[in-house]
Design a protein around this ligand. Structure first.
Ligand code: GLU
Length: 376
C-alpha cells in the first residue's frame, strides 16, 4: 500500500498520463486492447468530472502502424518506424477521439518534437496552445511527431516527452503507465532479492545505478523513466510509475496499488519562477512606468501600454529584466514579443497591437505566469 502518496493523484489540478505502447496495443495481434482502453477512458472521464484537467501522452502509433503494414517482427529501421508511425497515428487519434467521445469529452491531437519543448519560441507556442485547449475543456492527446523527428532531434521515448509536457504545462502530477509496477533495487526478473522502492524524494547515484541494472523494458526502460523523473521533480511535478495493464489504472493508483512515487520537493509554480529568475541569462530589458510597476506588484501581467523603453535584441520567449522608473530591476519574465515588435507596441494599448504589427498578438507583453518579481 502506498499510503498518503496515493492522495497526490486526486489532489492534483492538472495531470499528465503517459500510456506506453505495450499497455495500449496487444503485441501479438497489433490491435488495441479494447477492454483496457474502455476502462481507461472511463477513468479519465472520472477525473474530468471531478474538475481535474488531463493531458494524455499516448504511444502506440508505431505498434498500430506496423501491424497495419504487416511489417516483420523485430526492430524496425528508423524510416520504417517513421512510416509505421505515420500510418498508426491516424488509428491512434481516432481511437482516442471515439473512446472519449463516448464520455462527451473532446480530444485534440498534438504532435511535438524535442525542439518544440527546447527552443523557447516554440515552447511558448506549444504551451499556449495546450493551455488554450485545457481552458476549452479539451483533453490533448500528445505523441512525438515521429515522421519528422530524425535521430538527433527526437526524444525517441515518450517518458521524457511526457515529463517535458508536464513541466511545460505546470502539471501537478505525471503518471507513467507501463509494463512494470515501479522501481526496484535490481531487475526483479533476474534477481530474487530485488527490493521494491515505493517512494523517492531525491534522485541519488545509487538509484540511477539500480535503474541501470533494472534493464530496459520496451522503448522506455527504467533509465528513461528516471530521466523523466528528474525533469518532473525539477519542475515541481510529482511523478508515479505504475502498472498500466490493470483495468482502470488511475483508480487503482488512488486505491494505493503498488507504484513508485517520486515526490517533488517544490510546487510547479515555484519551480518555474525559480527557473525564470535564476537559470536564464536575461537578453534585454523593458523599462516600465509606475502604474505598470504597481500592477505587477499586485500580481498582474505586463501590458505594452506600461512599457516606456526597450533595451537589447531579444527574441520571443527570451528572459528579460523589467526595470522601474528609477532603473531598478523589479521583475524578470519571458517576453511574448521580440525586441523589434516590442519597440513598435511599447506605450500602446493592447487593442492596437494587430494594426501595429500586421498580425494578431497576445494582449500581454509578459504574462503573469511567465513573470517573477525580484525582491528589492
Ligand atoms: N512515439 C512512439 C509511438 O507512438 C512511442 C515512443 C515510446 O513509446 O516511448 O509509437
Amino acid at each position: 500500500m502506498c499510503g498518503w502518496m496515493a492522495q497526490l493523484l486526486p489532489a492534483a489540478r492538472r495531470i499528465v498520463v503517459k500510456i506506453g505502447s505495450s499497455t495500449l496495443v496487444d503485441a501479438a495481434s497489433g490491435a488495441l486492447r479494447q477492454a483496457w482502453f474502455e476502462s481507461f477512458a472511463a477513468d479519465v472521464a472520472r477525473l474530468r468530472a471531478r474538475g481535474q484537467e488531463v493531458l494524455l501522452v499516448s504511444s502506440g502509433a508505431i505498434a498500430l502502424g506496423r501491424a497495419g503494414l504487416k511489417l516483420a517482427a523485430g526492430p524496425l529501421k528508423l524510416d520504417e518506424a517513421q512510416a509505421a508511425a505515420a500510418v498508426g497515428q491516424i488509428a491512434l487519434a481516432r481511437a482516442w477521439s471515439e473512446g472519449l467521445a463516448g464520455h462527451d469529452i473532446r480530444v485534440a491531437q498534438v504532435l511535438l518534437t524535442l525542439s518544440d519543448t527546447e527552443s523557447r519560441r516554440r515552447y511558448l507556442n506549444a504551451r499556449s496552445t495546450l493551455m488554450t485547449l485545457l481552458g476549452l475543456g479539451v483533453v490533448p492527446v500528445i505523441n512525438e511527431n515521429d515522421t519528422v523527428a530524425t535521430e538527433e532531434i527526437r526524444f525517441g521515448d515518450n517518458d521524457r516527452l511526457a515529463a517535458r509536457v508536464a513541466s511545460m504545462c505546470d502539471a501537478d502530477c505525471l503518471v507513467l503507465l507501463s509494463d512494470i509496477d515501479g522501481l526496484y533495487s535490481a531487475d526483479p526478473r533476474l534477481d530474487a532479492t530485488a527490493r521494491f522502492i515505493p517512494e523517492v524524494t531525491a534522485l541519488t547515484p545509487e538509484l540511477e545505478a539500480a535503474a541501470a541494472g533494472a534493464g530496459e523494458l520496451g522503448s522506455g526502460g527504467m533509465k528513461t523513466k528516471l530521466m523523466a523523473a528528474r525533469i518532473a521533480m525539477d519542475a515541481g511535478v510529482h511523478m508515479v510509475i505504475a502498472n498500466g495493464a490493470t483495468l482502470a489504472p488511475l483508480e487503482a493508483i488512488e486505491r494505493g496499488a503498488r507504484a513508485t512515487w517520486f515526490v517533488a520537493p517544490t510546487t510547479p509554480t515555484a519551480a518555474r519562477k525559480k527557473w525564470i529568475a535564476g537559470a536564464l541569462a536575461p537578453a534585454g530589458a523593458l523599462s516600465i512606468d509606475t502604474g505598470a510597476a504597481n500592477a505587477l506588484q499586485s500580481g498582474k501581467s505586463l501590458l505594452p501600454a506600461g512599457v516606456t523603453h526597450v533595451e537589447g535584441g531579444f527574441g520571443r520567449g527570451d528572459c528579460v529584466r523589467v526595470l522601474n522608473a528609477e532603473g531598478d530591476e523589479i521583475a524578470r519574465g519571458l517576453v511574448a514579443y521580440d525586441a523589434q515588435e516590442a519597440r513598435l507596441i511599447q506605450g500602446k494599448r493592447s487593442v492596437e497591437i494587430a494594426a501595429l504589427l500586421g498580425h494578431a498578438g497576445r494582449a500581454e507583453i509578459i504574462h503573469r505566469g511567465d513573470l517573477v518579481l525580484v525582491r528589492t
